[in-house]
Design a protein around this ligand. Structure first.
Ligand code: PEP
Length: 284
């Protein structure tokens, strides 16, 4: 299976290489992923061109992925020129067949995608996707050689009832198939009440859930569970990215609204470099 990182990670500059070598051996490159949802006509592709140009000018310390509507994948991949990854936002679990209007993981790959989001809460809510369906989609992504970004997260009422950890644990158990690896998957913790609301959990709340997800992954997958990136998603923007990305076990971010504008998305990507620079300064 092709690895996600090998698919598009820009070649590190000298500068990046030295920064990375001073990071802890266990550290994994963060993943900053955008989710355009049902937004974007042809003119929006200029944002991909702008992000690709800024990645060329200053190679980031993160893997960059933008998940776009299926109609834009092929053109977005062309605009990205291999500098950033392009992903789909959903796929069917079957490879092909009588599923009018659906799109398979193989079709996404054929169009130029290297990844796909599965189990986004909007799919779970509006399309009745269950954990089992999400797991089947993640398996389909792997079958096609795509990175699967598997989304989980609690509702506001589940959090108020003190059930955030158990809900996320159950979703990991049901939505993550056996065989998950760093190069083929990421988990995105997206509390539903934070998506598109402008509200974010506190750093402590994010840390608590991410630590729980990590424990669940390690119990389930052993060593592989220690490496898989756990992204935070829900109202990430330039003004809060630094703080969120510094939370323990946050291995990147899944960004909706702020990924539609190149300058906002780039500012979030730059927060990864700022975080690395301040860790190095603390070590000096
Ligand atoms: C999302 O839909 O995955 C998301 C995180 O949205 P937003 O950043 O707009 O809250």
């Amino acid at each position: 299976m092709e690895t996600f990182v090998a698919a598009f990670t820009p070649v590190s500059s000298q500068h990046n290489a030295s920064l990375q070598s001073e990071q802890s051996e266990a550290s994994v490159r963060p993943l900053i992923a955008g989710n355009w949802k049902m937004n974007g006509l042809a003119p929006q592709l200029r944002q991909i061109e702008a992000i690709a140009a800024s990645v060329k000018a200053k190679p980031p310390l993160a893997d960059i992925l933008i998940c776009v509507p299926s109609t834009l994948i092929a053109r977005a991949a062309q605009c990205a020129g291999g500098r950033i990854g392009i992903g789909g936002e959903n796929c069917h679990s079957e490879m092909a067949g009588a599923f009018t209007g659906d799109i398979s993981a193989e079709m996404l790959k054929d169009a130029g995608a290297c990844a796909v989001i599965v189990g986004h809460s909007e799919r779970r809510q509006h399309h009745g996707e269950t954990d089992a369906m999400v797991a089947a989609k993640a398996n389909a992504a792997w079958r096609a050689g795509l990175l699967a970004v598997i989304c989980i997260g609690e509702t506001k009422s589940q959090r108020m009832d003190g059930k955030a950890l158990s809900v996320c644990g159950d979703q990991i158990a049901g939505s993550v198939p056996d065989g998950m690896t760093l190069s083929a998957s990421a988990v995105a913790y997206e509390p539903l009440w934070a998506i598109g609301s402008g509200h974010t959990p506190t750093s402590e709340q994010i840390a608590e859930v991410h630590a729980h997800i990590r424990r669940c992954l390690v119990v389930r997958l052993g060593a592989a569970g220690r490496e898989v990136r756990i992204l935070y998603g829900g109202s990430v923007k330039p003004s809060n990215a630094c703080e969120i990305l510094a939370v323990p076990e946050v291995g990147g971010a899944l960004i909706g609204g702020a990924s539609l504008k190149a300058t906002d998305f780039e500012a979030i990507v730059n927060a990864v470099s700022k975080r690395a620079e301040s860790s190095l300064a603390a070590l000096a």
